[in-house]
Design a protein around this ligand. Sequence first.
Ligand code: DC
Length: 227
Amino acid sequence: MSFVVAIDGPAGTGKGTVTKLLAEKTHLINIDTGAMYRCVTLECINKGISTSDEKAILEVLKEINIKLEHNDGKQIVLLNGKDVSEDIRSPKVDSEVAKFAALKIVRDKMTPLQRKMGEEENVIMEGRDIGTVVFPNADVKIFLDCSLEERANRRYKQNLEKGIETSYDEVLNSIIQRHKLETEREIAPLVKAEDAIVVDSTNMTIDEVVTKIESIINLKLKEKNND
Ligand code: DC
């Protein structure tokens, strides 16, 4: 049986960076489920399909082929054979993805794909519903949290570094709206699994978060090997 680590939590908690570093340290395969929802969104945007056109979305889902590969510590996302690692992070995808990810037809396709990935290999899987829906029996469940203000602060600084001009208030508002969409949606909302361990990164460095979760994973791996 495979070993599954579920890392859930809102955007802006450092989840992506933390999961990547943990995958390198623990040799678990990193699965970024957000990238999969981003692929569906990008394909629909490219085809001019809106969230209300379920028939057309179903056609896209029937044909879609998503591969997550890793090369020298870098994640490469292939959508129908094309490298879309950059395209799925565009502002347009950013603003549409939460709406596509809220659709039942989209989740009904992605969830089994994610389960299959976690059944075939030892994985550290990052998302919003991994410990609640995708792998309710995951070996380790972490809920990575952070205050809304600190999440906005981090995104605001990232934007400045990238030369994107936004005010702190704009960033905070967009984070609040996205948080609302993700936590209040009907299907697979972002909630902490009852048995998840909460790690609040508000006042922690990335290294501190990684060290803490790594020790939790190693303890569980030891227990499992002794079984
Ligand atoms: O982690 P991210 O920002 O790349 O996620 C992109 C979107 O997909 C975001 O709106 C949350 C959604 N998502 C989800 O609903 N379920 C997951 N397991 C992962 C991401």
